[in-house]
Design a binder for this molecule. Structure first.
Ligand code: ADP
Length: 449
C-alpha cells in the first residue's frame, strides 16, 4: 500500500479522496493555489503545498510544481481526482518516469479513450454497440455530405478530443452541415488544440446511461450497474440517478456483462465509466471516461462500495473487492449537483457563503468542501456541493430528496437549489419519464413564461 498520497485536485473531490486515504491510514498531501489557501482540503490534510497562483494552468495543471511538491513531501503516489490532469496520459507517464504511482488507468488506455474516434473503433472491436456514424475523422477532402446522407439526418458533428459538451453541433438538414462542421472544428481547435471532428447520427430522445466499471489491470473486471444521467443542460449532467428508471435486471446484466468482458480483454486498470445513449431498448456507446466521475456516489449508495477507496487499493496492486455475482443493487439513489449559479440564467455567482446548513437524516449525504464564511473563488468550476439521497425505492428516495432540498440553507451566493426544488416536484421527473433534451425543453418553457 502507498504511504503518502498527493491529491492533485481541489474542492469536494479532493476532500472525497482525503476521506478514503484517512480510512486506509495513508498520509495525505494537499496542493493548492494561492486562491485556495483557506480551502477545506488544505485544512484537513496532513501536509499542504502551495503550487502557484489562481489560474489552473499555473497551479493545478502545473506539472513541474506538482512533481516538486511530491519531492518535498516524499509522496509515493498521486491521485488526480476528476478534471484537471485526471485524463492526461502524459502526466501519468511523467509520474512513472519519476518513480511515482499515478492512481488511475494505464497511460495507453487514457490516451486511447481520450480520442473519441479511436475509442469508438476500440468499442466496435470489443463487441460494444456504437452510435452509427462516420468511420473516422471527417476532413476537408472527405465528402461530408455523402457520409451524412448515408448516416441519415439529423447528424451531430463531434470533436475527436471533445469533453464537457464542447465542440458538438447539430446539422438537421444538408444545408446546415457546412456551418456545423466549421463551428465544431473551430470550437474544438480553441478548446482542445485539435480540430478533428467526426459525424454521428443525432438521436432525438435517448437517455444517457453509463456503466461503472472496476478493473484490476490483469484481466479481472466487474461492472457495478448503471447511472442514468439524462438530465443535462448544454450536455452537462446536473442530476444523476441509479438504477435507471428504464433499465431492468435483465438489461443491466446484458449490457453490464458486455462492458465487463470488454474491460477484461483490455486489462483495464482502476475505475472507469462506459457511456451510452439508450433509445428504444438499444444501447449506443458514445465514450469512456477513464477516471472517477463526479456522479460516482450514486453507485456507492446503491452498491455499498467505496469506489475511491477501492480505486486506491487497486492502484497499489490489490485485487478486485468482490466477484460479479456478489454485487447487488440496493434501493435507489439520486445526486443533485448544486452549483453557485443563478437558477434561471445560470450565470456564475462566486462570493462568500454567509449561511450554510447542510441537510441530514437517514439516507442523506453531502459531498462538499464549503463551510460558513467560505468564499467561492471565481477561477474554477462552480460546484458548491453534491446532495446524494438514498432510499429503499425510487419513491422513498424522491420523498427524502424533497425534504433534504427544503432543509438545506446556502445563503450569500446564488445557487441552483431552486431548480432542483422545482424538478423534484415535476410529474415527468417523479415518473422517471425524461430524456437528454427534457431539461432544455423544460427550461425554455420556463423562460417563455
Ligand atoms: P463530452 O465528452 O463532451 O461530454 P459525450 O460524447 O459524452 O461528450 O456527449 C455528451 C452528451 O451529448 C451526451 O450525454 C448526450 O446528451 C449528447 N450527445 C452525444 N452524442 C449524441 C448523439 N449522437 N445524439 C444525441 N445526443 C448526443
Amino acid at each position: 500500500m502507498f504511504d503518502k498520497i498527493l491529491i492533485a485536485n481541489r474542492g469536494e473531490i479532493a476532500l472525497r479522496i482525503l476521506r478514503a486515504c484517512k480510512e486506509l491510514g495513508i498520509s495525505t498531501v494537499a496542493v493548492h493555489s494561492t486562491a485556495d489557501a483557506d480551502a477545506m482540503h488544505v485544512r484537513l490534510s496532513d501536509e499542504s503545498v502551495c503550487i502557484g497562483p489562481p489560474p489552473s494552468k499555473d497551479s493545478y495543471l502545473n506539472v513541474p510544481a506538482l512533481l516538486a511538491a511530491c519531492e518535498i513531501t516524499g509522496a509515493d503516489a498521486v491521485h488526480p481526482g476528476s478534471g484537471f490532469l485526471s485524463e492526461n496520459a502524459r502526466f501519468a507517464e511523467i509520474l512513472g518516469e519519476h518513480n511515482l504511482h499515478f492512481i488511475g488507468p494505464k497511460p495507453e488506455h487514457i490516451r486511447l479513450m481520450g480520442d473519441k474516434i479511436e475509442a469508438k473503433k476500440t468499442a466496435i472491436k470489443l463487441g460494444i454497440p456504437v452510435v452509427p456514424g462516420s468511420d473516422g475523422a471527417v476532413g476537408p477532402d472527405d465528402d461530408a455530405l455523402a457520409i451524412a446522407k448515408d448516416i441519415g439526418f439529423p447528424v451531430l458533428v463531434k470533436a475527436a478530443a471533445g469533453g464537457g459538451g464542447r465542440g458538438m453541433k447539430i446539422a438537421r438538414t444538408p444545408d446546415d452541415l457546412a456551418l456545423a462542421l466549421q463551428t465544431a472544428a473551430n470550437e474544438a481547435r480553441a478548446a482542445f488544440g485539435d480540430a478533428s471532428v467526426y459525424l454521428e447520427k443525432y438521436l432525438e430522445k435517448p437517455r444517457h446511461i453509463e456503466i461503472q466499471v472496476l478493473g484490476d489491470g490483469r484481466g479481472g473486471a466487474i461492472h457495478l450497474g448503471e447511472r442514468d444521467c439524462s438530465l443535462q443542460r448544454r450536455h452537462q449532467k446536473i442530476w444523476e440517478e441509479g438504477p435507471s428508471p428504464v433499465i431492468d435486471a435483465a438489461a443491466r446484466k446484458k449490457i453490464g456483462g458486455t462492458v465487463a468482458k470488454a474491460m477484461q480483454q483490455m486489462k483495464y486498470l482502476g475505475v472507469g465509466t462506459v457511456e451510452f445513449l439508450y433509445e428504444d431498448g438499444e444501447f449506443y456507446f458514445i465514450e469512456m471516461n477513464t477516471r472517477i466521475q463526479v456522479e460516482h456516489p450514486v453507485t456507492e449508495m446503491i452498491t455499498d462500495f467505496d469506489l475511491v477507496l477501492e480505486q486506491i487499493r487497486i492502484a497499489a496492486g490489490g485485487d478486485l473487492p468482490v466477484r460479479q455475482e456478489e454485487i447487488s443493487i440496493i434501493g435507489h439513489a439520486i445526486e443533485c449537483r448544486i452549483n453557485a449559479e443563478n437558477a434561471q440564467t445560470f450565470r456564475p455567482s462566486p462570493g462568500r457563503i454567509l449561511q450554510y446548513h447542510p441537510p441530514g437524516g437517514l439516507g442523506v449525504r453531502i459531498d462538499s468542501a464549503v463551510y460558513q464564511g467560505y468564499i467561492i473563488p471565481p477561477y474554477y468550476d462552480s460546484l458548491v456541493g453534491k446532495l446524494i439521497v438514498h432510499g429503499k425505492t425510487r419513491d422513498e428516495c424522491l420523498m427524502r430528496l424533497r425534504r433534504a432540498l427544503d432543509e438545506i440553507v446556502i445563503d450569500g451566493i446564488e445557487t441552483t437549489l431552486p431548480l432542483f426544488r422545482a424538478l423534484v416536484r415535476e410529474p415527468d421527473i417523479i415518473n422517471g419519464d425524461y430524456h437528454i433534451h427534457w431539461l432544455e425543453q423544460y427550461l425554455s418553457g420556463q423562460s417563455g413564461g
